[in-house]
Design a protein around this ligand. Structure first.
Ligand SMILES: [Zn+2]
Ligand SMILES: [Zn+2]
Length: 1017
C-alpha cells in the first residue's frame, strides 16, 4: 500500500520535512560520495560577497548552478561542489566605514588600519546565516561547511604566487596612466568595474567656452598672415565645447582636425573660430563667415589660458619624452597652443576639443606625444586645490562657479545642460573622474590572442555572448589596473627599496622569510595590512630596507584566482590541473559578470596556464519586477525570496525560474507568476499522482519488478512518449538547456493528464482487476516514477516526495532517495514515432471536433451522429480509421466519416473547423434517440456530483432513487444499465426516497427531476 495522498499540495510543508531528513541522513554528501570513482564533473561557485542579504537574483543563479551537477551526479559523475565567499574589497570597507562613521581614508588611518581591518573581517560573515539558510532552503546543494574564503592566508598566498608568475614573465608593471578614479572610495577602478557602473540619462552641463587667441606664430604663408591680421583687428576666440567645466582649469591645449574646414565668423564682441560643419548646430549658421581655413593652419596658434596655474596656486608640469613630468617655472605671460589630433569629432561640439591631460585617457596620451603642459588642480578626494575662487569644492560642485567666473571674464559663449551616459562608481554611486596616477598593471594585452582563442573553447549559453558581449570585451582588452589604494584586500606582494627603487615580487610566505635581514613577522600569521607592511628585508642592491608597496589587490583578482587559490595551489593539491578539478565543466552567473568574474577567471587562467578555466557557462539575464522595472530598494519593488518560498514553496520558484524563459533572457518576476506555475504544472502533476495512489490503494495494486505486457495502444503510446521524454530531458540538461528540458516535462505531464489518464479513467474504475487494469496501473506507475527521477534536478522536493511513496515504500532495496538514484535511460525500442504521430493527429482532430461543437453551442455530453473529416495523406486516413473509436469517444459522435470534400453547400449550418491540412465538419442533427442519450449522460453527471457532495468514497456502491415526468422515466429506463454502471448503483428505483438518503433536485431541458443516493453498507 502507498501512503494516502491528499489532493491538496502543501509544498512548503513537504519541503521543510524533506530538508530535515536530507540533512539528517546526509543525502547530499552521499549523492557525491557514492559516485566517487566516476568521471569528475566540476562546478566553480562564483563567490558571492556575504556582506548583504541574498536577493531573488541570487536564488536564480543558485538554482541554475544546482541543476546541472544534480543531473550529472545522477548520471554517475563524481561532482563535489564547494561553496565560497568573496570577503575582500570595497563593499566590505564601505559597510564598516558607515558603521564607524568614517568618511575618508585619513580618518581610517587615524582610526588604525589594524582595527579597521579587524572590523572588516568581523563584518564579512554577518549575513552568513541568511545566506546559508536560503541556500539550504532552495536546495542548492553545495558544501557550505568547508567553503573557500578569499581572506584566509592560504588563499592570499596562492594569489601572491599567481602575481609572481606574471611578474617573472614581465607582465606586471607600474604604469603612469589615467584611470577611472572614485573620489569617495579614493581608489582606481579597473575598466571592467567602470563598465559595471554606467548610468544613462545623467544630467551634465553642456557649455561652449571661448579661448582668446594671443598670437599666430611662426608661419609666413598668406593664410596665416590673414589669420594673424584678423586676430589683431578684433578679439578672436577659439570656441570649444565641454560637459565637464571643472576640468577647464586643467586645460593646456586645444585640438583640431588638421584636414577639416574651419570658419572664422563674426560675433557680438569679436571673431569666433569653429568647424565649418558645426556652425549650424552651434547656432552660428546665420553669422557672417569672414574666412574659411583648413584646420592645419590653426595648429600652433597660441591662446591665453582660462586660468593661469601660477596665479592659481597650482603647479604647472610638462611631459618629457619619457612620460615623466617636470615642474615648470612661473610665467605670467603663459600661453598654450593649438594641436592637431585624430580624436576630434565632427559629430558634436565645435570641432575644437579642450584638452586637459590630467583628466582623460586621450588627453593624457596627447600630452605625452606632444609634450604638453600638465595641470592637476584636483586632489584624490575630488576636491579643487589651489587658490581658485572655487577651491575646496568637490569637482561636480565646482562646475557652476567655474562657469560663473568665466562668464564674468566674458569667456562663456553658451551654457546648457545635456543628458548623457556617465560612469559612476559601481559600489558607492559617486561620479568617477578620469585621473592620472600611478597604478600597478597586469599586461593582459600581451596575452590578448590567447584570451580570444581560449574563448573559442568555451560554450556560452546563450551562444551570442561568446562573440558578442564577452568576445567584444576581449577584442577591446586593455591592461588590468589591479592595485587599489585601500586596506581590506590581498596586499600587492611587491617590495620596493626607497633608496635605489629596486623592486621584487614575493610569491609565498617562505619566499619572504628566506630573504636576508627579514623581520616583522607577527604570529599568528596574518597576511593582511598592516601586518604585511611591517615585514621588511634588506635590499639586495644597496642594503637599504625593502618595504611593501602600500596597495592591495582588486578583489576581482581574488575571485578570478579561485580555481587555484581555493585549493592553495601549488603549495597543496599539486595535481589540480590534471585530476579533473581544472578547468571547471560548468559555471553560471548573471550577464553582468562578463566583465566581472567571467573575465577575471578567464584572464587569470590564460595568464597562468594559457587556457580557459571553464568550459561551459550559463549567462543569466537580469530580473525585473512585474512591470518590467529594475528592482531596487529605493523603488520599494524588491521581492524577498523567503516570502515567496514560504508561501508557494522553493520548488514552485525553481520551476518558474527554469521554465518561464530561457536563462539568458531578461525576466519579469512577481509572486503571482509563481502561483500560476504551481497551478499549471505542479498541481496537474500532483493530481495525477494522488489519483494514482488513491486508486492503486483501492485495488491493492503492487508494482512488480517486471513490466506487464500490455495490449493497450494508449499504454504503448504513453510509454513511447515517456522514453522520448527521457531522451529529450537528458540531452537538454547535457546541453545546458534546463528551460527546454523543463518545458518538455511540462508538455508530457499535460499529455499524461489530459490524454492518458483521462482516456484511461474507465480502466481504473471498472470493478474487475483484469490484465488491462493491471497494465494501466503499471503504465501510469512507470510514468510517475520516471517523471519523479527526471524532475529530481529541477524540483528536488516534489520529486523526492513522489519517489519516497512510489518507490521506497514498495522496494526497500532501491536507493533511499531519488537523489541517490540513477537518471532514467531511454529504451529506444519503446519509442514508436508512427504511433506518436497518429496520436498527435487524433488529438488534433478531437480538439477540432470539440471546437466545432462549441461553435454550434452543443455540449460534449450530447451525443451526435457523425463527424466528417478531411485529411491530406493516405497515412493519416489509415491512422484515423484505426484510431476512430478514440476520436468518436472524444468528440462524442457515433461515426467518423472520411471525406475528400466537405458538403459545405448542402449543410450550411453545420460548423467547420480546420488546422493545417486537417478539416472537420460536425453533423449537428439531434434525433430523439440522441437527445435521450444526452439526457442520460446529464443524469449520470448529476449523480456523480451528488456522490461527491454526499461524501462517498470512490469505490462505494449505492442505491439510487429518482422521480420525474414520463420523459425522464423513459430515459432512465432506456439507459438503466449505463446509469447503474457509471454510478456504481446496485439499484435504480423509480420511487419515493429511502431513509437517510442524500437528495437533490434538478431541471434538465425543462424536465423536473429529483434524485436520491444512499450508500450500501
Ligand atoms: Zn566609490
Ligand atoms: Zn636599494
Amino acid at each position: 500500500m502507498f501512503r494516502p495522498v491528499s489532493s491538496q499540495l502543501n509544498l512548503p510543508q513537504i519541503e521543510e520535512k524533506l530538508l530535515h531528513w536530507w540533512k539528517q541522513d546526509k543525502i547530499f554528501e552521499r549523492s557525491v560520495e557514492n559516485r566517487r570513482g566516476g568521471p569528475r564533473f566540476s562546478l566553480y561557485e562564483g563567490p558571492p560577497t556575504a556582506n548583504g542579504s541574498p536577493g531573488i537574483h541570487h536564488v536564480l543563479s543558485r538554482i541554475f548552478k544546482d541543476i546541472i551537477p544534480r543531473h550529472r551526479a545522477m548520471k554517475g559523475y563524481y561532482t563535489p561542489r564547494i561553496g565560497g565567499w568573496d570577503t575582500h574589497g570595497l563593499p566590505v570597507e564601505l559597510e564598516v566605514e558607515r558603521e564607524l562613521g568614517l568618511s575618508s581614508k585619513t580618518q581610517i588611518e587615524e582610526y588604525g588600519i589594524d582595527k579597521f581591518n579587524a572590523r572588516c573581517r568581523e563584518s564579512v560573515f554577518r549575513y552568513l546565516k541568511d545566506w546559508n539558510a536560503l541556500t539550504e532552503r532552495i536546495a542548492y546543494w553545495c558544501d557550505l561547511e568547508h567553503p573557500y574564503v578569499t581572506m584566509e592566508n592560504y588563499y592570499i598566498e596562492t594569489v601572491w604566487w599567481a602575481i609572481k608568475q606574471m611578474w617573472d614573465r614581465g607582465l606586471v608593471y607600474l604604469g603612469y596612466k589615467t584611470a577611472a578614479h572614485c573620489p569617495r572610495c579614493g581608489t582606481s577602478l579597473s575598466s571592467h568595474e567602470v563598465a559595471l557602473g554606467y548610468e544613462d540619462d545623467t544630467e551634465d552641463p553642456s557649455v561652449y567656452i571661448k579661448f582668446k587667441v594671443a598670437r599666430w606664430t611662426g608661419k609666413e604663408d598668406e593664410v596665416s598672415q590673414r589669420l594673424s591680421q584678423l586676430a589683431l583687428s578684433r578679439d578672436t576666440y577659439f570656441l570649444a565645447w565641454t560637459t565637464t567645466p571643472w576640468t577647464l582649469p586643467g586645460n593646456t591645449a586645444l585640438a583640431v582636425d588638421a584636414d577639416a574646414d574651419y570658419a572664422v565668423v563674426e560675433a557680438d564682441n569679436g571673431h569666433l573660430i569653429l568647424a565649418d560643419a558645426l556652425r549650424e548646430a552651434v547656432g552660428l549658421g546665420d553669422n557672417k563667415v569672414v574666412m574659411k581655413v583648413e584646420g592645419g593652419y590653426l595648429v600652433g596658434a597660441e591662446y591665453e589660458p582660462l586660468f593661469n596655474p601660477h596665479e592659481s596656486g597650482v603647479e604647472r608640469r610638462r611631459f618629457q619624452s619619457s612620460a615623466e613630468l617636470l615642474t615648470q617655472e612661473p610665467d605670467k605671460d603663459l600661453t598654450y597652443r593649438v594641436i592637431a589630433t585624430d580624436f576630434v569629432s565632427m559629430e558634436d561640439g565645435t570641432g575644437i576639443v579642450h584638452v586637459a591631460p590630467a583628466f582623460g585617457e586621450v588627453d593624457f596620451e596627447a600630452g605625452k606625444e606632444q609634450g604638453l603642459d600638465f595641470v592637476q588642480q584636483v586632489d584624490l578626494q575630488g576636491n579643487i586645490t589651489g587658490n581658485y575662487s572655487f577651491a575646496g569644492k568637490f569637482v561636480k560642485d565646482a562646475d557652476a562657479p567655474v562657469l560663473e567666473e568665466l562668464k564674468e571674464k566674458g569667456l562663456l559663449y553658451r551654457s546648457e545642460t545635456i543628458h548623457h551616459t556617465y560612469p559612476f562608481c559601481w559600489r558607492c554611486s559617486t561620479p568617477l573622474l578620469y585621473y592620472v596616477k600611478e597604478s600597478w598593471y597586469i599586461k593582459t594585452t600581451a596575452v590578448k590572442d590567447s584570451l580570444i582563442s581560449g574563448n573559442n573553447e568555451i560554450n556560452w549559453y546563450p551562444e551570442h555572448i561568446k562573440h558578442g558581449r564577452f568576445g567584444d570585451w576581449l577584442e577591446n582588452n586593455v591592461d588590468w589596473a589591479f592595485s587599489r589604494e585601500r586596506y581590506w584586500g590581498t596586499p600587492v606582494p611587491i617590495w620596493r627599496c626607497k633608496s635605489c627603487d629596486y623592486r621584487e615580487c614575493i610569491g609565498g610566505v617562505d619566499d619572504i622569510k628566506d630573504k636576508p635581514g627579514f623581520k616583522g613577522l607577527k604570529e599568528p600569521l596574518d597576511l593582511h595590512r598592516p601586518y604585511v607592511d611591517d615585514m621588511t628585508y634588506d635590499c639586495p642592491q644597496c642594503g637599504d630596507t625593502m618595504r611593501r608597496v602600500p596597495e592591495v589587490i582588486d578583489c576581482w583578482f581574488d575571485s578570478g584566482a579561485m580555481p587555484v587559490a581555493q585549493m592553495h595551489y601549488p603549495f597543496e593539491n599539486e595535481t589540480l590541473l590534471e585530476d579533473g578539478r581544472f578547468p571547471a565543466d560548468y559555471i553560471c552567473e548573471a550577464v553582468d559578470q562578463t566583465r566581472g568574474w567571467f573575465y577575471s577567471l578567464h584572464a587569470i587562467s590564460t595568464l597562468l596556464f594559457g587556457r580557459p578555466s571553464f568550459l561551459n557557462c550559463i549567462c543569466l539575464g537580469h530580473i525585473l519586477d512585474a512591470k518590467g522595472e529594475k528592482m531596487s530598494k529605493a523603488k520599494g519593488n524588491v521581492i524577498e525570496p523567503s516570502a515567496v518560498i514560504n508561501k508557494y514553496g522553493a520548488d514552485a520558484l525553481r520551476w518558474y525560474f527554469f521554465t518561464s524563459s530561457p536563462p539568458g533572457n531578461v525576466r519579469r518576476f512577481s509572486a503571482d507568476m509563481v502561483s500560476e506555475v504551481t497551478r499549471r504544472f505542479l498541481l496537474t502533476l500532483w493530481n495525477i499522482y494522488s489519483f494514482f495512489v488513491n486508486y492503486a490503494n483501492i485495488d491493492q495494486f503492487t508494482p512488480g519488478a517486471k513490466g506487464v505486457l500490455s495490449h493497450s495502444e494508449l499504454d504503448h503510446w504513453i510509454i513511447s512518449e515517456l522514453n522520448q521524454l527521457v531522451a529529450d530531458v537528458d540531452s537538454g540538461l547535457e546541453n545546458y538547456d534546463p528551460s527546454g528540458a523543463g518545458r518538455k516535462i511540462e508538455a508530457f505531464v499535460y499529455g499524461l493528464s489530459n490524454w492518458y489518464v483521462r482516456r484511461s479513467r474507465r480502466r481504473f474504475w471498472k470493478s474487475e482487476n483484469d490484465a488491462d487494469k493491471l497494465a494501466a496501473y503499471t503504465t501510469l506507475y512507470q510514468c510517475l516514477v520516471t517523471v519523479s527521477k527526471l524532475l529530481a534536478p529541477f524540483t528536488p522536493f516534489v520529486a523526492e516526495e513522489m519517489y519516497q511513496n512510489l518507490v521506497c515504500s514498495v522496494f526497500p532495496d532501491q536507493p533511499e532517495s531519488v537523489h541517490l538514484a540513477d537518471f532514467p535511460v531511454t529504451d529506444m525500442d519503446k519509442i514508436d514515432q508512427h504511433l506518436a504521430a497518429d496520436v498527435r493527429l487524433i488529438m488534433r482532430v478531437s480538439s477540432l471536433g470539440r471546437a466545432a461543437r462549441s461553435e454550434a453551442g452543443i455540449k460534449v455530453r450530447q451525443p451526435l451522429s457523425r463527424l466528417l473529416i478531411k485529411v491530406a495523406s493516405e497515412r493519416q486516413k489509415r491512422a484515423l480509421k484505426h484510431l476512430a473509436p478514440q476520436v468518436m469517444e472524444e468528440v462524442n459522435v457515433k461515426t467518423l466519416e472520411a471525406v475528400d470534400d466537405m458538403p459545405v453547400t448542402k449543410h450550411k449550418e453545420w460548423p467547420l473547423a480546420s488546422e493545417g491540412d486537417v478539416m472537420v465538419m460536425l453533423d449537428t442533427d439531434i434525433t430523439p434517440e440522441l437527445a435521450a442519450e444526452g439526457m442520460a449522460r446529464e443524469i449520470v453527471r448529476r449523480l456523480q456530483m451528488m456522490r461527491r457532495s454526499a461524501g462517498f468514497e470512490i469505490a462505494d456502491h449505492i442505491v439510487t432513487c429518482y422521480q420525474g415526468d414520463e420523459y425522464i422515466k423513459s430515459v432512465v429506463t432506456g439507459s438503466a444499465d449505463y446509469i447503474k454502471q457509471e454510478t456504481l448503483s446496485e439499484q435504480l428505483l423509480d420511487s419515493a426516497p429511502a431513509q437517510g438518503a442524500y437528495a437533490e433536485s434538478f431541471k434538465l431541458e425543462g424536465h423536473e427531476l429529483r434524485l436520491w443516493v444512499k450508500r450500501l453498507d
